[in-house]
Design a protein around this ligand. Sequence first.
Ligand code: C5P
Length: 230
Amino acid sequence: MRYWLVMPAAGIGRRFGAGRPKQYAILRGRTVIEWALAPFLGDRRCAGAVVALAAHDPYWPDIAPAGVIAAAGGAERSHSVRNALAALSGRAQPHDWVLVHDAARPCLPVRDLDSLLSRLEGHPLGGLLAAPAADTLKRDDGEGEVAQTVERAGLWRALTPQMFRYAPLCEALDRAHEARRLPTDEAQALEWLGHRPALIEGSAVNIKITSGADLALAAAWLQSAAESSE
Ligand code: C5P
């Protein structure tokens, strides 16, 4: 089993508002992106890693781990992912697995990475980690009132890593961009071509940092993970 890691890290974090992009916020003494990279950089199955960065990113050079390839970020997340995939051209084979993991997700449990890899090893297409929706879901009417309660059964929150084969993933993103469509995750680009990515249940602790409150939650989780491994 061998895979390549692609990490979109070119967001500039307009919503986060901490003076620096959220992937460079400090969490238990390291940046969020260092935590996000850690499970992969210590994994013998990872053949190589590419990180997509914003132009003139001043933070990356200080923390760049040896051997990680830097690619130019794009206007949207899917463009950043596509640019990072292009940097693997000539290295990755068409059938190779690629794992795409957000730089803003510092709490991926190693057991979730293992279950994604083992569940999808022989799969023809690939899939993603996801968590079943836990709350009752409401759709608003645009005026701050409930228009509808959405049936929760069968709804999942898409997480990362998302795991697909190199050539079909490149093609799906190219087709989406040619049609001027912006998938918000890799699975959606493949769904638009009629594919059905596999849902692999992952832990809800694998949060995406969006606000300062998320940083506190991530810190608490990382602390308890460190204590339980002592
Ligand atoms: O903004 P959002 O939380 O959806 O970003 C998810 C991931 O995509 C983050 O790691 C962010 O840095 C990355 N991203 C990117 N290029 C963009 C926008 C977001 O690599 N243009």
